[in-house]
Design a binder for this molecule. Structure first.
Ligand SMILES: Cc1cc2nc3c(=O)[nH]c(=O)nc-3n(C[C@H](O)[C@H](O)[C@H](O)COP(=O)(O)O)c2cc1C
Length: 206
């Protein structure tokens, strides 16, 4: 199962166009996927109560906030491959990612005696793809932003391994920005990578 996580707040923006192109191509290949737009979920701030981190062991902690985060975590853990499609905002992934990272404390054990949390060893290894869109040229994203570092914080507890990154630049303006020839070539590469991941996952589950 592929899960596509679109972090853009903008309806019909470039991330929406990109994710729809990915889902159309996956439909054509009869691939199984889930497409989630974080702007349609209710994900509230972590209130730092730490109760989810008190129990030792690899079982995820329980968060008492009543919103969509636990279901999102379950969906992510049930995936073979997670695609994160995200705008670059203020030289980083957008604030919804930071909120999700704090809520992912359920993945950590942190007793009062410990100086730092320990990430639980939950779930199975998952493949990952990070896609960013930005006003700046794509090649500057790894050089001038914290996007990949923030993505690694998200990837580690979920056991996302072997991530590939794709950066679409010059996407800062109108919502109806068309796909350039280069964009289509990068999209082809993403689909090939996804197909390769899924066939590997099928081999592993047989
Ligand atoms: C609040 C805000 C901050 C932004 N910060 C950056 C930035 O630091 N670097 C950059 O290249 N683009 C920046 N952008 C441009 C967005 O990355 C661009 O609009 C987005 O990737 C387009 O995707 P969307 O159409 O799905 O929203 C910013 C846009 C907004 C609204």
């Amino acid at each position: 199962m592929i899960t596509i996580l679109n972090l853009s707040q903008r309806v019909n923006g470039f991330n929406d166009t990109l994710c729809s192109s990915i889902t159309n191509l996956l439909d054509a290949q009869h691939q199984n996927y889930r497409y989630i737009k974080t702007r349609e979920l209710k994900i509230t701030f972590c209130n730092n109560c730490r109760s989810c981190m008190k129990s030792p062991g690899d079982q995820l902690g329980v968060c008492y906030l009543d919103d969509d985060m636990s279901h999102l975590v379950e969906t992510l853990l049930a995936s073979d491959c997670i695609v994160v499609s995200s705008p670059i905002n203020c030289y980083d992934l957008p604030s919804i990612m930071k909120i999700m990272l704090e809520r992912m404390s359920v993945f950590c054990y942190w007793s009062d005696e410990m100086y730092a949390p320990k990430v639980r060893n939950s779930g199975k290894d998952i493949w990952g793809i990070l896609i960013t869109t930005s006003a700046m040229p794509g090649f500057l994203v790894p050089l001038t932003t914290k996007a990949r570092k923030t993505y690694r914080l998200f990837a580690k507890p979920l056991r996302i391994k072997n991530s590939s990154c794709y950066h679409f630049g010059f996407k800062g303006r109108a919502i109806d920005m068309p796909f350039s020839g280069r964009d289509s070539r990068v999209l082809d590469k993403i689909i090939k990578k996804l197909t390769a991941y899924i066939s590997k996952a099928e081999v592993l589950t047989v």
